[in-house]
Design a protein around this ligand. Structure first.
Ligand code: HXC
Length: 257
């Protein structure tokens, strides 16, 4: 891996991926995205991993897709490169992913954070979809996920003017989970990941899938999907263990089976 650092057991059952192109503010070139896709697939297949954190560094989570790599491309080049199949695979990661964001999360960087399941931000985090300023528009889900997260008016303003949103505002509008001082943001992400990693991995996977389904379906179909996944939980040892532990007044020991 050239552009990302991976620690599959940064904490018990928690993996850490760090985007690592600091000089370019972690601009997301095709190689970095390919490395991220392959790593997420490996971590998804690793039974020891129950939650994943994606972080950048203090100055930048990621300042967007690599503009220099895209600048000379034609529409057909972009079509043939088909970078969004990589994004689609990332989106299909089954394990919970937390974005730990400090500094710039712009364009594809903001979209990557929104592709994750939760976002923990430092007070210095800045979110934006500034593609309009370079003559394009969001392409990796920005117009859809931002709108669903913060509503049409604010999303439209960000997408049409390229204006940034501070971490405090992003928290107020429901884009992110919480804001903490910069020296604590990674630790806070680990804390949240540890909370998730204590739960049944089977139930977490089914629950993540069901929450995400709410973006894709009508209520009736979403409720039906939820019910099926709820029933499926009862096929797991973890359900037996979780409920037995409650009755016996002890902590459950989930095995992901
Ligand atoms: C390539 C980038 C980059 C990017 C920063 N750099 N962002 N290179 N692609 N997206 C490089 C700069 O060229 C520079 O390298 C170095 O990182 C430091 O950046 P500076 O601009 O010198 O830093 P600063 O003055 O602090 O400004 C920070 C910034 C600015 C406000 C974040 O860099 C900026 O506006 N970046 C572009 C943000 C953007 O438009 N993102 C959307 C991209 S389009 P050199 O070598 O010159 O010193 C997109 C579409 C997604 O994301 C579609 C789906 C994938």
């Amino acid at each position: 891996m050239e552009f990302i650092l991976v620690d599959p057991q940064a904490r018990p059952h928690v993996a850490l991926i760090q985007l690592n192109r600091p000089k370019e503010l972690n601009a997301l070139n095709l190689q970095l995205m390919g490395e991220l896709r392959d790593t997420l697939k490996q971590l998804d297949d690793d039974e020891q991993v129950r939650a994943i954190i994606i972080a950048g560094n203090e100055r930048a989570f990621a300042a967007g897709a690599d503009i220099k790599q895209m600048a000379g491309k034609t529409a057909i080049d972009m079509l043939n490169v088909d970078q969004f199949s990589t994004w689609d695979q990332i989106r299909k990661t089954k394990k919970p992913i937390i974005a730990a964001v400090s500094g710039f999360a712009l364009g594809g960087g903001c979209e990557l954070a929104m592709t994750c399941d939760m976002i923990v931000a430092s007070e210095t985090a800045t979110f934006g979809q500034p593609e309009i300023k370079i003559g394009v528009m969001p392409g990796a889900g920005g117009t859809q996920r931002l709108t669903r997260a913060i509503g049409k008016a604010k999303a439209m303003e960000m997408v049409l003017t390229g204006k940034f949103m501070s971490a405090a505002e992003a928290e107020k509008h429901g884009l992110i989970n919480r804001v903490v001082p910069v020296e604590l943001y990674l630790e806070e992400a680990f804390r949240l990941a540890a909370d998730v990693a204590q739960m049944s991995p089977v139930a977490a996977r089914l629950a993540k899938e069901a929450v995400n389904r709410s973006f894709e379906t009508q209520l009736d179909e979403g409720l039906h999907f939820e019910r099926k996944n709820f029933y499926l939980c009862f096929a797991s040892d973890d359900q037996k263990e979780g409920m037995a532990a409650f009755v016996e007044k002890r902590k459950p020991d989930f095995k992901g089976r």
